[in-house]
Design a protein around this ligand. Sequence first.
Ligand code: OOB
Length: 539
Amino acid sequence: MTSTSAAADHREGYVPFPEQAAQDYRAAGYWAGRTLGDLLRDSARTQPQRPAVLTDGGTRTYAELDAAADRMAHGLLALGINPGDRVIVQLPNVPEFATALFGLLRAGIIPVLTLPAHRRAEIEHLAAISGAVAYLIPDTLGDFDYRELATTVRQAVPSLRHVLVAGDPGDFTALDSIARDGDSLPEVDPSEIALMLVSGGTTGLPKLIARTHDDYAYNATASAQVCELTPDDVYLATLPAAHNFPLACPGILGTVATGGAIAFTLDPSPEAAFAAIEKHRVTVTAVVPPLAQLWSAAVEWEEADLSSLRLLQVGGARLAEVNARDVEPALHCRLQQVFGMAEGLLNYTRLDDDDELVYTTQGRPLSPADELRVVDADGNDVAPGEEGELLTRGPYTLRGYYRAPEHNARAFTPDGYYRSGDLVRQLPTGHLVVSGRIKDVINRGGENISCDELEEHLLAHPAVRHAAAVGLPDASLGEKACVVLVVTGELPSLGEIKTFLTERGLATYKLPDLVRQADSLPITAVGKIDKKALRALHS
Ligand code: OOB
């Protein structure tokens, strides 16, 4: 494929918002006609000397970040990478992430945001479906050498013309060596694809989610409002920066749009992250539930000063109520539950919500224009307050995965609602309680056991630190219920667990058949419990 046709082909396999919906979102002001690059430009104009990025080595002002993004954009274009081309970005939480991201966005080049934990299978797949022309990597991370990965990936995906390395380039090109001055940058259309996110699904290979400038800018700025961000806020990217949550909920983009400062930590452990919070006087960060739990416990032994922290956002998987109640007393900041998805819809508990809503729900929709339906297995709306599958569409929710027509036929209703696969109940306040995934159930002899429900009960056991329930193949039952526990002290016996669960009022058919012990639970690239890996480990 020549570069000219590559530049025009990015819309092939893209499912746009219907014209009428787009008009409505513009007319209502949700889509403001600004690009993601403009968000940085605006902050750099109004407050050039304020800090934009805080690093161990010093501060980068808005004027500096703005200029660095422009120079990066010119450098990328000078390599022959054209507006509309896709570039695989696999950078960890380092300050170069911000420069590279804004450089690509400014040039109208489409970053495909992969996670540092992705390996050959995922990267080759994402590079092939996106038709990427370049691959941005760090040199090494821990003992993993991304340059070796790039060498392998390039052999399999011939469209990858360039490998750019943040750090020691080896045989490739150093990312910082390409930056250069230039005259003018291409006009970027705000209704065009800005970037691509990778779906978080734990089954099958990841899918690509194309987000437009209009929809993603709204995602970030409306989220910043809900979190009451101001230019005095300091946001710490703790989760991998390429994930929707730390990127735009409100994350890096929402902070830049507000004129606050961002900082990065490569290591989310309490030791490293707490040191970063103390050093940069961090006010807001986002974590997954296992980290929230670990951080809440770690204040016992970590000495760092966390007094700057005002808001801890927790999402990505369900935060058990027992753990939700621990966060505020331990960390002395407000807890916010966030139920979101790379596909779009975001739900937040609000800062002024009643405590009980904050501890027991996963928030309510970000936008007045978010449309939600809760449906039964036949696709009919359930009665208000009843459990069902969440379907949604709205001003920042995709209408189809990129280049995935067959999957789209199943994942969307004919009228454009995305079938989330999440089981929820909606309270009269609009808040959602997530009760599990449609598929995260154990089918034990025809009875369905919700893994989330079982796990929530297990976590209430004083010896249990982490719990995961999985169905394992069984000749007579089809599936049997196995619970894998990380415990403090001794592993309770199966009998003890059954008695404990029965005393909590759990139905007999939901009691586990097996109890297994683990030192830790396997996690996905962003830190959620990885059920697929767990099932493989314990089968
Ligand atoms: C976030 O995005 P993804 O794309 O990695 O994963 C989305 C899925 C949801 O469909 C749901 O199954 C689960 O992750 N999930 C939650 C949850 N937040 C996400 N399940 C229960 N409780 C929650 N609070 O994970 C994501 C994107 C933006 C903001 C926050 C999380």
